[in-house]
Structure formats: C-alpha cells, structure tokens
Design a protein around this ligand. Structure first.
Ligand code: HEM
Length: 419
C-alpha cells in the first residue's frame, strides 16, 4: 500500500463534497486522477460497521478496469463489490447475492439464473416493455408538465421487474421505496443522517423485500406460474434451484440493480437531449437507425453505476506498481468511460453517433458483466423511441435534483415540459 496522501476535497473520492460537485467538475477531477501513477489511494473514512478500514485505490483508466474485471481470481468480489467497507454478516442475508461472490458460488448462481431467462421469457418481457412504455407516455400526455422521474423513468423499470418476478401492482410502491433506501447513498431525502438509524433502515428495507419474495416463492412452489420466481424456486432441467435465502438475496439484487440504474439512464437521457439540441435533431431524423448507438452513448456518458469494488487475493504488480493481498480497488466505470486514450479527444462530448463505443457502463468483460444489460438497453431504447415519436419536444424545465451518492449517478427529480 502507498502512504496515504492528503487530497483536496475536489479530488477526494471519499469526501461527500466531491460527489456534490457539478458533473463537469467531477469529470475534470477524473482527468487529473487518471494521469497519476500509481493509481491514487484514498482513506476510506470511519467504517459505519466499526471494522478497521485500510482505504482503497481507484482505477480510473479503461485498461486497468478491464484488467481487473478479467482477473476475478486475483481481483475478488467475495469481500463485497458494492460497498467500500466490508459488510457485517447480517447484511449478507439480503445483500450477499452473486455480485459479491466468486466462483464456484458465483458460477452456480449465475447458471441457475441465466437458465431462468428462457427465450420465451425474454420475448414476453420485450413485449411488456413496449406495452408499458406506451401506457406511460399516454399518461404523461394526459398529465402534462410534471416530474419526469416520478411519471416516466421510475415507472418503466419498476413495472417490468415486478412483472417478470410476478409481483402484483399493489406492491410497487413498497418495492420502489425500499430500493430507494438501499441505494440512497448519503442522501437525506431517503435515509437518516444518523448512522445507526440509517443501517437499520437499510436492513429493514432488505428484510421487507426478502419477505415479499419468500412468500411469493411459497405460493409458486405450490402452484407455479409463468414468471421468474417460479423458475428460480423450482428445479431446472439440471435439477438445480435457488434455496429460499439465495432467492431472497437475488431478488433484492435484481430489484435494486434493475430499478436504480435504468431509471437514472432514462432521466439523464432527457437531460442530455435537452442540453444537446443537435443530438436530439440527429435522433429525430433517424430514430430507428440511431437509437442503438444513442443508448450506448447514454450509458457511457452517464455511467449510472459509478464503480464496483474488488479486493486483491494475492500480492501483485500492476503497471510496475506493487500491491498487497487485501488491497481494495474501486473500478471507476464512470472515469474509464471518459478515458481519452480510448474515446479520443471527444471523450467528454455527448455524441450519439459515436462508433466504436467500447464503454464499460455495464462493467467490463468478465464473469460479473451486467446480467440485465439486454433488458436495460431495451427499456431505454423503447421509452426514448416512444417519447421522440409522440412528445418530440419534451425537455427539462428546471434544475435537476441530483442524488448525493458516490455509487449511483442518480437524479431524484427532474421537471419536464412539452407542447
Ligand atoms: C443502465 C442500466 C444498468 C447499468 C448501467 C448496469 C450496470 C451494471 C454493472 C456496472 C454491473 C457490475 C459489472 C461487473 O462487476 O463487472 C452490473 C451487474 C449486474 N446487473 Fe446491471 N446495470 C443496469 C441494468 C440492470 C438491470 C435492468 C438488471 C436486472 C434486470 C441488472 C442486473 C444486474 C445483476 C444481477 C448484476 C450482477 C451480475 C453478476 O454479478 O454476475 N442490471 N450491472
């Protein structure tokens, strides 16, 4: 480990002030940090769990993120991928799913879950996305100017995940509230400023979601239906199935990963199309042809998931710098997605025609690559196509209210207008 260094708050990834900066300030900071050799090291601050913390390195270069992602034996996820701090065991009950596992446990879970996404189920959810997006835009036109997050971007992923799992409409509000709490970062709108209270809130949210899916699984074991919970809670063709605890934590991962990410991609998309009228014109001129690359550019530019963590399983040397077993690394997807050595001098520009676009917004190639990438791409492209066709002048009508978080690039509220 290198000696700890004192960072000014505009460069210190562990400082909430860093995450309260404007996106432009943050991207300028990434440029400075990315140039450093060895990669910058940050103190983690006091752990809310009372554990001794040794800080972390931040990998901001595209090549370094790729290298860590393709070496899971060395860059392990098992100590926790979504938290800088090692989590106490009670958190694993609800938050210990595949994203924070290594092989062979990870491979087994991913195999069972992937089998459940049959072509028939994928086709069904693709149709559901189309139909739901249509209804959301109908409602938007009836409502008029409103909070785009509440009325559009939060609704689509939530409805689709719940439909996939077989969760009834009456639970939507509860699912949304609890996923908001779990990924609230440090934002006082969703979570208490008192650390102990905040931890209780997060555990309660995980517990409530787990209880919902556990009772659903019991019903489905008795009478299976055509949904994901039924496929996961009953044996597949290889005789494999998830245990009740595995199902519960997978569900928590799925609703959190599926909601909080896609929602923010859609909200940021409206903001980007408002701030870059030329890009909107390009999209409107050939929506069918450009929507695919536009979605990739949105995911690159926004990077809804800012980082994932890995922990070294052995001493190693990377780019000539030595690191020790147990060292923690943040794979900074958002910074890697601005790396000029890969995206050239226009790395900071939003360009829906960018090609090639080897972004790492869904992670880099490796065993943990986003399981929901196909669904997310579908949701973002369908809702944008629907909006561009039916409300082509929809635009942001005020300041975005950003989520205060180092992990999720979120927008809580976004006033929109049209007509
Ligand atoms: C724009 C939307 C999304 C973004 C930016 C995103 C991003 C990511 C990233 C960065 C990872 C970690 C990759 C790694 O560690 O190598 C990940 C993993 C994951 N994502 Fe997504 N995601 C999105 C949407 C979704 C959706 C819609 C779902 C579910 C339906 C989903 C489910 C998952 C799961 C289950 C994992 C863990 C996979 C594993 O550990 O094997 N994601 N995602």
């Amino acid at each position: 480990m290198t000696d700890s260094q004192t960072w000014s708050s505009e460069l210190n990834l562990s400082d909430n002030e860093f995450w309260a900066q404007s996106p432009e300030q943050r991207y300028a900071a990434y440029r400075t940090l990315r140039a450093l050799e060895p990669p910058p090291f940050f103190e983690a601050g006091e752990s809310p769990f009372g554990t001794e913390e040794r800080g972390y390195y931040a990998l901001l270069r595209h090549a370094d993120v790729a290298e860590a992602s393709r070496n899971p034996q060395l860059f392990s996820s098992a100590a926790g991928a979504t938290s800088i701090y090692d989590l106490p065991v009670e958190f694993n009950e609800y938050f210990g799913s595949m994203i924070s596992m290594d092989d062979p446990r990870h491979a087994r879970l991913r195999r069972i879950v992937s089998r459940a996404f049959t072509p028939k189920m994928i086709k069904k959810f693709e149709e559901d996305v189309q139909q739901t997006a249509g209804v959301i835009v109908d409602d938007l036109l009836a409502t008029g100017p409103c909070d785009f997050v509440q009325h559009v971007s939060a609704r689509l992923p939530l409805k689709i995940i719940c439909q996939m799992m077989g969760i009834g409409d009456e639970h939507y509000e509860m699912v949304l509230r609890n996923t908001n709490i779990i990924l609230s970062g440090a934002d006082p709108e969703f979570i208490s400023a008192d650390l102990n209270e905040a931890l209780t809130q997060i555990l309660t949210a995980g517990g409530d979601l787990a209880a919902l899916v556990t009772s659903l699984a019991e019903q489905r074991q008795a009478s299976p239906a055509d949904d994901l919970v039924s496929s996961l809670a009953t044996a597949n063709i290889d005789g494999e199935q998830l245990t009740p605890a595995e199902l519960a934590s997978f569900f928590v991962l799925l609703v959190v990963a599926g909601n909080e990410t896609t929602r923010n991609a859609i909200s940021h998309a409206l903001l980007l199309l408002t701030e870059h009228p030329r890009q909107r014109e390009l999209l409107l001129a050939d929506c069918a042809g450009r929507i695919g690359p536009a979605v990739e550019e949105i995911v690159r530019y926004v990077s809804p998931v800012i980082w994932m963590r890995r922990t070294l399983t052995a001493d190693t040397v990377m780019n000539g710098s030595a690191f020790a077993e147990g060292d923690k690394f943040l794979l900074m997807y958002q910074a890697a997605n601005r790396d000029e050595t890969v995206f050239g001098p226009t790395a900071d520009q939003f360009d829906i025609t960018r090609s090639p676009n080897p972004h790492v917004g869904f992670g880099s190639a490796g065993p943990h690559f986003c399981l929901g990438a196909h669904l997310a791409r579908r949701e973002i492209s369908v809702i944008l196509r629907e909006l561009m066709a039916r409300v082509p002048d929809i635009r942001v009508a005020g300041e975005p209210d950003y989520l205060l978080s180092s992990f999720i690039n979120g927008i809580k509220h976004l006033p929109c207008e049209f007509g």
